[in-house]
Write a protein that binds this ligand. Structure first.
Ligand code: SAH
Length: 523
């Protein structure tokens, strides 16, 4: 090991990383790169905890609490000390700070301490909440027609104090757009100061709370009225105040809060591996997704049946895949046996739906048959129409699954070899959290993408009685991907509100959007 390596090991490094304003998609690539390598992460309440997903599970997570105090909050001094201590212990430390670390973030104070202790550091800028709040409220903070200047100010200091750092007389008319951080408490005095120093009381003002998150709320008024508007709407920190004629453009540009599923909290019940597509599409439309993993997928104990068939796949006429997981686990086993896609050269392949077919393409496999109806029955009918009498059909699938497909094919004269390749197991419970959310009416909709998600979800909820089940689901809409899933919902005493015509994730999301459009978002 060279001398340099040794010294790098002995002292760590601190990265001050801007977490962005809230939307986890607004983190920089550099920020993500560093989070993925962090050994210690120190974060506070403005940094979205969703970003912690990027951090390896082995890292140490330290929450330093609310800005401006609170029972368990660290003091600024405490945070500075902590960073020094962790770096001296040799760790790669990411200090994750809301917005941009150097905009009203006390980032410099943390750096000064590191400099004094001789600790290497780097600062990664972030999207500051002022630009994000304006953009996500449909307000361009500059515009050729309205303003050529912007001022970012803090509203935290008491504007009536003698020694104010803000020259209200110059600011009031000196900057076209004024964005006030931490300005809610002092809003009456701030607006009064601006008016007193010559800003037109009719100047439009917007206040945006929790910008760029599903909880975003914005209200609008003028310098003269905004204090009342904020009080009546009960807007609390964290919020930004945007003052200037550009606020007028909101009427045309507002986009974020106008997305069809904005403000809707939707539960996604899928396996860990599969949730991402549904979540991505729902979030694209503005929904706030709560992911509940109802199934964990695990390997089966015994692959004998599949292994035997793989030895001599030429004997098979058809290979059927009825789920994405079947594809994944089939190929996993193929690889484990030291084989690859070439083994499939002579067998025809059929799948139950488009997504499964797309998954196969990742392995370089083109599908020979996709039924028009994306169900087991649909697939059986399509195969029977091709003529399956006397043929040998391999069906790798879940350990426990419906028997209708193999039964229909065998009735038509085929030999079906069912090979279990994975199994569904319920994950360790998050019962209390889920029940709390349902009971608090914090959930607008629950989505189900298979019968087992329904059964597992209800096992997780574990209602004591039919009456309790109905009470927990009062006001909660239910979306089911297809008729079989819907039937399972109904069998359990609940009502299905949304069901797409075609059983795909994207059709399901379209149906959910339509549902809220036509019902106007009301129950
Ligand atoms: N460094 C941060 C600002 C920290 S000061 C940044 O660059 O954004 C804390 C203040 O920032 C809050 O009181 C509020 O005024 C503002 N703020 C931070 N995140 C916000 C958000 N998502 N929505 C609205 N205001 C926010």
């Amino acid at each position: 090991m060279s001398e340099r390596d040794v010294s790098e090991l002995s002292v760590g490094k601190v990265y001050l990383v801007g977490a962005g304003p809230g939307d986890p998609g607004l983190l920089t690539l550099r920020g993500r790169y560093l989070l993925e390598r962090a050994e210690v992460v120190v974060y506070d309440y403005l940094a979205n905890t969703k970003l912690l997903r990027h951090v390896p599970g082995s890292a140490e997570f330290i929450y330093v609490g609310k800005k401006g105090g609170g029972l368990h909050a660290f003091t600024q001094e405490g945070i500075n000390k902590l960073l020094v201590e962790k770096a001296l212990a040799g760790s790669m430390v990411v200090r994750l700070k809301g917005g941009d670390p150097f905009i009203f973030g006390r980032g410099a104070e943390e750096i000064e301490e590191l400099v004094q202790a001789g600790i290497p550091f780097e600062v990664v800028p972030g999207v500051t909440s002022a630009t994000a709040a304006a953009t996500y409220a449909g307000i361009p903070i500059t515009h050729r027609r309205y303003t050529a200047s912007v001022a970012f100010i803090t509203g935290h200091e008491d504007p009536t104090k003698k020694e104010s750092n803000i020259r209200w007389d110059k600011l009031a008319t000196g900057a076209g757009t004024i964005v006030v951080y931490m300005g809610i408490k002092n809003l009456p005095v701030i607006t009064a100061k601006l008016i007193e120093h010559g800003r037109d009381p009719q100047t439009p003002v917007a206040v945006v709370r929790w910008a760029s998150t599903p909880e975003q709320r914005s209200v609008e008024g003028t310098l003269a009225t905004i204090t009342d508007v904020v009080r009546e709407a009960d807007i609390k920190p964290p919020a930004l105040v945007i003052v200037g004629d550009v606020v007028r453009l909101r009427r045309t540009i507002d986009w974020y809060e106008k997305r069809p599923l904005f403000g809707k909290r939707i539960v996604v019940t899928r396996t860990r591996e599969q949730a991402s597509e549904l979540v991505a599409l729902l979030e694209e439309n503005g929904a706030d997704c709560l992911e509940y993993s109802t199934i964990n997928i695990e390997p089966v104990e015994d692959y004998q049946i599949l292994d035997r068939e793989l030895e001599d796949l030429d004997q098979c006429d058809w290979l059927l895949f009825t789920s994405l997981n079947a594809v994944t686990w089939f190929f996993r086993r193929l690889r484990e046996r030291g084989l690859d896609s070439r083994r499939l050269h002579s067998v025809k392949i059929a799948v139950v739906g488009r997504a499964t077919g797309e998954e196969l393409e990742k392995y370089g496999i083109r599908v020979d048959l996709v039924p028009e109806k994306f169900t087991g029955e649909g697939l059986a009918e399509a195969l029977i129409a091709e003529g399956v009498k006397g043929s040998r059909i391999l069906l790798p699938r879940a350990q426990v699954a419906r028997d209708i497909l193999p039964e229909m094919l065998e009735d038509a004269g085929a030999t079906v070899v069912v090979a279990p390749v994975y199994r569904n197991v319920p994950p360790p419970g998050r019962k209390e959290q889920l029940r709390g959310q349902l009971a608090g009416h914090g959930i607008d909709m629950v989505t189900f993408t298979s019968s087992s998600t329904v059964t597992n979800f209800l096992t997780m909820v574990d209602p004591a009685s039919e009456a309790e089940l109905q009470e927990l689901f009062r006001g909660v809409r239910i979306a089911a991907i297809g008729p079989i899933t819907a039937k399972t919902v109904q069998k359990n005493g609940l009502r299905v509100d949304v069901q797409p015509e075609r059983y795909t994730i994207s059709d399901m999301v379209d149906a959910i959007v339509d549902h809220y459009r036509t019902s106007g978002g009301m129950f």
